[in-house]
Design a protein around this ligand. Structure first.
Ligand code: DAH
Length: 339
């Protein structure tokens, strides 16, 4: 009899349950009125006297073990159910982690700054709300200069001195005012122009400005830098410079890159010429250096400016500039694989 009770103790200790039902069955088996324990207690009177002590201790041990088992199993199960109520089934497979994507403007901006960083250009930034000096006057566009009309300007409230910058050339001025040559800096940022919105143009867009000022900087340095850049960005090394006019550079040029005429899209993009205009550039006008506190007798420099949006449209075959600011997830998600 004693051995039988000991076997039950072992069984009780090994018992586990995954449902309330199983625990209840277990409780009935041992602890209910008709349960085994009561049978064992009833048996007590038939146990020989000298065994009574050990017998009594053993059934008490079984009783405690069974009671404790029921209590702990119940508590564990209830705790698990409570957690399930809050978090759901914790054993279910995890939710897939959604990869984010960079905006095409950021992708192109990062590429451009990275390419120039390899040849020693740092990155600088300036404010989007500017004063007349930094947007126009210091850049050799004094009041009433006709070239001010080249860029339709948004003025802030009614103050003609405060405006949304129309180009990132403003950062050239700020950088030269605050730093001594040698200067090699790239200034990306958003610019604003009061223009009708269409598939090709927007009232805000993005530019990257480049500036190099040192002793003995020549037009040949400018050409070589641009050729390096177009090779790295587009994989195209054939460029041409067409004479142009910007108030802040002399001489000035517009840069075309030879895109090629291999596909129908090439024909469309280049209007059948194979050439694409990608930026303006030139040697920094001595007046601009002077305005920014740099002696043009000692130093010379080149500058260039390009539109990021247009390059993003080109590189990613985006048909409409407005898609860049609509935040349509179906559009943005297509850039997941691009770093
Ligand atoms: N600021 C000019 C624009 O917005 C672009 C530009 C042209 C910048 C020539 C330059 C430059 O630095 O040298 O159209």
């Amino acid at each position: 009899m004693l051995n039988k009770i000991k076997e039950h103790i072992a069984e009780v200790e090994a018992f586990t349950a995954t449902s309330k039902d199983e625990i209840e069955q277990f409780r009935i088996k041992y602890l209910s009125k008709k349960g085994l324990l009561n049978d064992f207690f009833a048996e007590f009177k038939n146990v020989p006297n000298e065994q009574k002590k050990e017998y009594g201790q053993t059934i008490n041990k079984l009783k405690t073990a069974a009671q404790e088992k029921v209590d702990t199993l119940k508590a564990t199960l209830e705790a698990e159910e409570e957690i399930k109520g809050v978090y759901g089934d914790l054993s279910r497979p995890g939710e897939p982690i959604e990869l984010g994507s960079r905006h095409p403007i950021s992708i192109v901006k990062n590429k451009i700054t990275e390419i120039f960083s390899r040849i020693g250009f740092n990155v600088s930034e300036g404010p989007e709300i500017e004063d007349d000096w930094h947007n126009f006057t210091a850049l050799n566009l004094p009041e009433h200069h006709p070239a001010r009309d080249m860029q339709d300007t948004f003025f802030v409230q009614t103050d003609p001195d405060i405006m949304l910058r129309t180009h990132t050339s403003t950062v050239q001025v700020r950088y030269m005012e605050n730093n001594k040559p040698p200067i090699r800096t790239i200034s990306p940022g958003r610019v604003y122009r009061n223009e009708a919105i269409s598939a090709r143009s927007h009232c805000f867009f993005h530019q990257v400005e480049g500036l190099y000022v040192d002793k003995g900087v020549s037009f040949a340095d400018l050409k070589q830098t641009l050729q390096y850049f177009t090779t790295e960005l587009f994989g195209k090394s054939k460029i041409r410079l067409r004479p142009s006019y910007f108030p802040f550079t002399e001489p000035s040029a517009e840069v075309d890159v030879y895109w090629g005429l291999e596909t129908e899209t090439d024909y469309k993009m280049t209007k059948g010429t194979g050439w694409l205009e990608i930026m303006g550039c030139g040697m920094v006008d001595p007046n601009v250096l002077k305005n920014c506190g740099i002696d043009p007798e000692v130093y010379s420099g080149f500058a260039f400016g390009m539109g990021i949006d247009r390059i993003a449209l080109l590189l990613h075959q985006i048909p409409d500039i407005r898609m860049l600011s609509e935040n349509d997830m179906r559009f943005l998600q297509q850039f997941k694989s691009v770093l």
